[in-house]
Design a protein around this ligand. Sequence first.
Ligand code: SF4
Length: 100
Amino acid sequence: MTTETMPEEQLEVWVDQGLCTGDGICAQYAPDVFELDVDGLAYVKDDDGELRHEPGKAVFVPLVAAQDVIDSAKECPGECIHVRRSRDGVEVYGPQAVPS
Ligand code: SF4
């Protein structure tokens, strides 16, 4: 059980590459937010399409991609996709999501 959040709430997402298995599920679900780099690991990317390689770097989740990003976090076999609320930084989906 995770803390639910309003659909219109601004979310951010980051990936812990240390746990990524490279299966690419996230990039299939939300290709505008996740992409596999040449190292075979998933990274988030800005709205300009630039991959963010800094460890723990989060990007804003476009509203149209929010459900796909949430589904990615739920399905991620590495449990390494972290989705948090922008307003308070609380993880709402992912391995560190706060129980409701
Ligand atoms: S779904 Fe998770 S484990 Fe799979 S590529 Fe994406 S971040 Fe890595």
